[in-house]
Design a protein around this ligand. Structure first.
Ligand code: NAD
Length: 357
């Protein structure tokens, strides 16, 4: 990899390669952009095939966080850490304390959190070494109800855009994944009068949703071909792909899963098939809003109100897509970029750093 050319192309500010021999910690912290505020993003603990694969993931994920935080209207930049190793290891304290020390050395430019392979208990170890950590025990707690609230509003906004009314009464929604977010989303949709068809590979998760909402259950592979109004992916990434696209019988795709499009071209394909796509990182920003509430001291109600704003954010993304004749996933990127540019311009005019609560 031509490192500095890559950083220049992707727009990163700083990449820190960290090593602690005693604990075996090998980590990369990537800070993409801090125009809006400190770079926030979780720490992913993963056995990467190579150091280069770990670096590539850190660069890609940290840039994604810049966009997600910007569109959500938060005063946070984008960053991400990757820790290389087997995430099932029982030897965690020293590893995560080492991570905490390296995070601390950045003086608040990067705030770490949980991600794939890490837990709240791991963040407690990080917290022994730094205050620049979120998602610790007894703080903001499980984000999934806030995430589900945001996705619910993304669905309402999409209905408004597609059918001229955001009422969901009588609409049929296919939800893939009945986990934390899927469960809360199913409850919100049922309250709004929608009927549900759901799938999950875990029978207990499905049973919990059926009991709460009376949803119809289908086999995992059948969820894509449901005749429904809306498909809400709340399980895995990459599920909009060459195999699933021709199967979709819906007018809207809006859900919580990260990285729903396997490749960008699948977003183009959704648009050309006339399926309205609520860009995933806009729809699922409730999770990061929840973390932000921990940093700013917002109570639950204020976090939920912020998640409600996703309704208008999604509509502004759709308006831009229509105006410029571009797919909605590209329009979301432009909304993020224009907010960052606007704040950057304001920094030049104002003697103080503007990101104050
Ligand atoms: P979760 O692990 O609680 O739920 C995921 C569910 O998907 C599980 O019940 C799992 O059994 C099911 N699943 C896995 N493979 C499946 C398949 N092939 N078909 C059907 N179901 C399948 O996770 P979650 O917290 O509910 O998050 C759901 C998605 O939303 C994830 O992609 C996550 O990255 C994303 N997300 C979550 C949050 C949050 O606040 N939890 C925030 C932003 C994004």
């Amino acid at each position: 990899m031509r490192l500095f050319d890559t950083l220049s192309d992707m727009g990163h500010e700083q990449v820190v390669v960290c090593h602690d021999r005693a604990s075996g910690y090998r980590g990369i912290i990537a800070i993409h952009d801090t125009t809006l505020g400190p770079a926030l993003g979780g720490a992913r603990f993963w056995q990467y095939a190579s150091d280069e694969a770990a670096l590539t993931d850190a660069l890609r994920l940290s840039r994604g966080m810049t966009y997600k935080n910007a569109v959500a209207g938060l005063n946070l930049g984008g960053g991400k850490a990757v820790i290389i190793g087997d995430n099932r290891t029982p030897h965690r304290e020293m590893l995560f304390r080492a991570h905490g020390r390296f995070v601390d050395s950045l003086g608040g430019r990067y705030i770490t959190a949980e991600d794939v392979g890490t837990t709240v208990e791991d963040m407690d170890f990080v917290h022994m070494e730094t205050t620049h950590v979120t998602g610790i025990v007894s703080k903001s707690g499980d984000p999934s109800s806030v995430t589900a609230r945001g996705v619910f509003h993304a669905i309402r906004a999409s209905a408004q855009q597609r059918w001229g009314s955001d009422r969901l009464e009588g609409r049929r929604v296919a939800i893939q994944g009945c986990g934390n977010v899927g469960f809360h989303l199913a409850a919100e949709l049922t309250k709004a009068g929608a009927t549900l068809v759901v799938s999950d590979i875990d029978a207990r998760k499905v049973a919990r949703v059926v009991e709460a909402t009376g949803a119809t259950v289908v086999a995992s592979d059948d969820i894509y071909r449901q005749q429904a109004d809306i498909f809400a992916p709340c399980a895995l990434g990459g599920i909009i792909n060459d195999t699933t696209l021709p199967e979709l019988r819906v007018e809207i795709v809006a859900g919580a899963a990260n990285n729903q499009l396997l490749e960008d071209r699948h977003g183009d394909e959704l648009a050309s098939r006339g399926i309205l796509y609520a860009p995933d990182y806009v729809a699922n920003a409730g999770g990061v809003i929840n973390v932000y509430s921990e940093l700013t001291g917002w109570d639950r109600q204020r976090a939920l109100r912020k998640a409600d704003e996703i309704y208008h954010t999604i509509l502004s993304v759709y308006a831009l897509a229509a105006r410029d004749g571009i797919p909605t996933y590209r329009a979301a990127d432009r909304v993020a970029e224009s907010r960052i540019q606007a704040v950057r311009a304001m920094v030049r005019q104002w003697p103080q750093y503007p990101n104050k609560e």
